[in-house]
Design a protein around this ligand. Structure first.
Ligand code: G
Ligand code: G
Ligand code: MN
Length: 265
């Protein structure tokens, strides 16, 4: 059995108290000029004995035990503070943005709106540069309540991104009813580009959907130049993936941003 699968609530609690969780950041690149436009924050946990425990393992346990509330708050606060710092150091005509994954439980939590208001005020980040990533599954569970929360978030001018778009059931049926503004094209579709598979055509369908006013598409898991060029040709504006950078610690992002400045100068 996978040792990581036996992570316990106590271990998570201790890790939270001891500050053992980290955020890594994956650049989201603007395909037009290949510059960093924003980031996705991704949680990492280096367990002293088990080594790195993947989020796919510990997030579900955090959700089952209710610890996701505290863990999620920590992630939103940390990513927002980091974003504010990068925005100050790297002013742009279009300010850098930060996308944070939010689990269904956090989304249903009344505190989410207060938390968002808190970080916007504390760090003075433009609301439209904070993006909450939610999954399609969430929208299916309780559509009416979900739509209400989404609208309250949009009323703050904070953005909402649908993660792994196209993999759930809701996609088309619900899209027009929910005030999301970004569709993340799941990497299973991106990886089919250039293979002649029908899945690749979905990429074009999603980028076309994203031509709805005020909608954007972000392609996930871009690994090859061919994929990046195809995406740019079908007017997908943003992409993330190993071609540009894996998720890395904050200091590595500092270096990437500094490199871009050097090139621009
Ligand atoms: O790097 P990757 O293995 O990092 O991430 C796996 C999955 O874990 C992602 O699909 C993402 O949805 C989830 N995840 C990563 N960080 C967070 C986080 O801060 N909050 C939530 N809810 N999910 C996260
Ligand atoms: O589900 P979500 O989209 O939040 O998770 C992003 C996941 O994708 C993370 O686990 C991250 O490490 C992973 N990832 C990021 N870029 C690439 C890539 O180019 N290829 C693959 N296979 N995975 C990637
Ligand atoms: Mn995500």
């Amino acid at each position: 059995m996978n040792r990581a699968a036996q992570v316990t609530e106590d271990e998570l609690r201790v890790a939270l108290i001891e500050g053992r969780f980290q955020l890594h950041y994956q650049p989201i690149v603007s395909l037009g000029d290949r510059r960093i436009a924003g980031f996705e924050a991704l949680m990492r946990w280096d367990h002293p004995l088990r080594g790195r425990v993947p989020p796919d393992v510990f997030i579900p346990i955090a959700e089952q035990t209710g610890l996701i509330a505290a863990l999620g708050r920590w992630a939103v606060r940390t990513a927002s503070a980091q974003l504010a710092q990068w925005q100050r150091r790297h002013p742009r005509r279009r300010p850098l943005f930060m996308s944070v994954n939010v689990s269904p439980q956090q989304f249903r939590d009344d505190d989410l709106l207060d938390l968002v208001r808190e970080v916007l005020m504390e760090h003075r980040i433009p609301p439209a540069t904070l993006v909450l990533e939610i999954t399609e599954g969430l929208m299916m569970q309780d559509p009416a309540q979900c739509r209400a929360v989404m609208q309250q978030i949009r009323n703050l001018d904070v953005r909402l991104s649908i993660d792994d778009f196209g993999t759930g059931y809701s996609s088309l049926a619900y899209l027009h009813e929910f005030p999301a503004d970004t569709l993340k094209i799941d990497r299973t579709f991106v990886s089919a580009i250039g293979t002649g598979e029908r899945r690749a055509a979905i990429v074009q369908v999603i980028t076309t959907l994203a031509t709805i006013p005020n909608m954007k598409a972000v392609a996930e898991g871009v690994e090859t130049e061919e994929q990046a060029e195809y995406l740019n040709d079908v007017w997908c504006r943003f992409a993330q993936g190993y071609l540009f950078s894996p998720p890395v610690p904050a200091d590595r992002i500092d270096a990437l941003l500094a490199d871009e400045l050097a090139v621009a100068a």
